[in-house]
Design a protein around this ligand. Structure first.
Ligand SMILES: C[S@@+](CC[C@H](N)C(=O)[O-])C[C@H]1O[C@@H](n2cnc3c(N)ncnc32)[C@H](O)[C@@H]1O
Length: 260
């Protein structure tokens, strides 16, 4: 049976299939199909398999900005918005920022939109993500964390921000059913306790951050506590644990001290 081409009926179909934001999704799919019933049928069919909506429509909204998202690329999450906004607050007008593990480049786009005169460089290890971030206008390099970034940025960076993989390997199986059916574990797998990449970022940021520069990382659960000793040993000060409105831990913000 073809997908219904009116909002109420399509929303009912999606809701019946278990999609929580059925009306918004129906609206997006109808908009994307632009009156082409055959296309709508194929888009809805893809969505019913659990494929991320953003891969089907090719876009997502982040900090009020439209971000292109190509199939295979991590879909930026609303939970990362406060971290991106806080990173933008720490970035001086003409400053320099690095967005690690940039994915589609949503955080980097937020920073450069807020600070058009700043330099924002980004990296990701996945070529599809790099191509997507590039299409979103990001200065992006392909490779492992800081490795592909220009050496001229060393010691000059005001803000290092990252939504890096931080899910403990054994917890990957607990992610929502559709997540790893479509998205790559590369986006999520943070090693044994989830902090392997986070710890590398703490250490490797020392080469790029200027004294007084800010490090902002998304993380969860007990990970902020687990990183406390490393942060102190490496010379970070003013460490703040970022929490959401439910008091759940969402990230850390730290400053590289003068003695770091
Ligand atoms: C959780 S996603 C976040 C993407 C983006 N920051 C966002 O919030 O939309 C993590 C990203 O890290 C990338 N990644 C994983 N390991 C990496 C590494 N060692 N170096 C660079 N990027 C990596 C993945 O390809 C993926 O795009």
């Amino acid at each position: 049976m073809p997908a219904p081409n009116d909002l109420v009926a399509l929303a009912a179909l999606l809701s019946g299939a278990g999609f929580v934001a059925a009306e918004e999704e129906a609206d997006e799919l109808l908009d994307c199909a632009a009156g082409d019933d055959e296309l709508l049928d194929s888009l809805v069919g893809r969505r019913l398999t659990g494929e991320p909506l953003a891969w089907i429509t090719g876009r997502v909204w982040f900090c009020g900005l439209e971000i292109r998202v190509d199939p295979g690329v991590y879909v930026p999450r609303w939970q990362s918005v406060p971290l991106a906004r806080r990173a933008a607050e720490r970035l001086p007008t003409n400053g320099v920022a690095i967005d690690l593990c940039t994915g589609a480049g949503a955080v980097a786009v937020t920073l450069i939109t807020d600070h058009p005169d700043a330099r924002v460089a980004a990296s990701d290890i996945d070529e599809r993500a790099v191509a997507c971030a590039d299409a979103n206008g990001v200065e992006v390099y392909c490779g492992d964390l800081f490795a592909p970034l220009p050496l001229t940025l060393e010691g000059r960076v005001d803000v290092v921000v990252g939504v890096v993989p931080y899910v403990p390997t054994l917890a990957l199986a607990l992610l929502p059913r559709d997540t790893l059916a479509f998205e790559s574990p590369l986006s999520y797998d943070g090693g044994r306790d989830g902090t392997e990449i986070l710890r590398r970022v703490l250490t490797e940021s020392l080469r790029f951050l200027r004294r007084g520069g800010a490090l902002l990382l998304e993380l969860g659960g007990e990970q902020a506590d687990a990183l406390g000793d490393d942060l102190a040993r490496l010379g970070y000060i003013d460490v703040t644990v970022l929490v959401d409105e439910d008091d759940d831990v969402r990230g850390i913000e730290a400053t590289l001290g003068e003695q770091g």
